[in-house]
Design a protein around this ligand. Structure first.
Ligand SMILES: NC(=O)c1ccc[n+]([C@@H]2O[C@H](COP(=O)([O-])OP(=O)(O)OC[C@H]3O[C@@H](n4cnc5c(N)ncnc54)[C@H](O)[C@@H]3O)[C@@H](O)[C@H]2O)c1
Length: 256
């Protein structure tokens, strides 16, 4: 275990599986205690119990990030149980790829925005209230290259991910004088349960992406976890308001 985040406490949303689980693992291996804020109570418990094997304290907090009362309760419980809050990773997300704009249902629009924009806002607000008083903290929002590189059939997803990039900048500008940083990560294509289920539904063509990505592979939760550890650490003390792509150069080629 590295010690770069020793003594720090992290809260990761959607950490029951996929990218959130990988980020939580990386933070735990760097020494941080971890609060798993996850809508799926069962996967939250499994994740917390596996994370504690890294030798840190880890607790599950079943939470729907789109509900402000649940978010506020979880943040209060995590601070009470784990003593402080230094790192918040807003990762929870859903994928509703498919319908074009004129065919998007009210339900898909409202649910996507509720989880990936409003939910991020609720968690940023809760984090800011705690971290400003503490005089330190690092908030990391998981956006996507789809926040600036559009894809047909992703009206709901791309809209929320673009909003998160602006929300990140606004908070960074507001919070910097209080010692609190806010950055975003924009992953490209990652092997996670979300990716696998989109491939299985036929809305993502994996061989096409494996050929298209200059790195010639999908990214992994561990790739992104390493970046999250850096952004959470004091080594990134002057990195604030940034959106960092981690995409194997996918958006560095035409039509990426
Ligand atoms: N997989 C990719 O290629 C990729 C690329 C770019 C960005 N992302 C982003 O990374 C994040 C994680 O995606 P993933 O691929 O790991 O997805 P995933 O579906 O594998 O995992 C998402 C997790 O979020 C949880 N969750 C869903 N709704 C929630 C809610 N309302 N409250 C709390 N938790 C909730 C799920 O239960 C699940 O554990 C998302 O924000 C996604 O948009 C993923």
């Amino acid at each position: 275990m590295s010690e770069v985040l020793q003594g720090k406490v992290a809260l990761v949303t959607g950490a029951g599986t996929g990218l959130g689980r990988g980020i939580a693992q990386a933070l735990a291996e760097a020494g941080a205690d971890v609060a798993v804020a996850e809508i799926n109570a069962e996967s939250a418990e499994v994740a917390a119990s596996e994370l504690s094997q890294a030798g840190v304290r880890a607790r599950a907090y079943p939470t729907d990030v789109s509900k402000s009362d649940q978010v506020d309760r979880t943040f209060a419980a995590a601070v009470s149980d784990l003593g402080r809050l230094d790192i918040v990773v807003n990762n929870a997300g859903i994928s509703r790829i498919g319908p074009h704009t004129h065919e998007v249902s009210d339900e898909d629009w409202l649910e996507s925005i509720a989880v990936m924009q409003t939910g991020v806002f609720f968690c940023m607000r809760a984090a800011g209230r705690i971290m400003i008083e503490q005089g330190s903290g690092s908030v990391i929002n998981i956006s996507s290259i789809r926040g600036y590189s559009p894809n047909p059939g992703r009206m709901t997803y791309c809209s929320a991910k673009a909003a998160v990039i602006m929300m990140t900048k606004i908070a960074a500008g507001e919070w910097a004088e209080h010692g609190v940083r806010c950055n975003a990560i924009a992953p490209g294509v990652l092997r996670t349960p979300m990716w696998d289920s989109d491939v299985a539904r036929g809305v993502i063509d994996e061989p096409f992406y494996l050929d298209l990505v200059p790195a010639k592979r999908l990214g992994t939760p561990a790739d992104v976890g390493a970046l999250a550890v850096y952004l959470a650490s004091d080594a990134a003390a002057y990195v604030n308001g940034s959106t960092i792509a981690i995409d194997g150069a996918l958006t560095s080629i035409p039509a990426g």
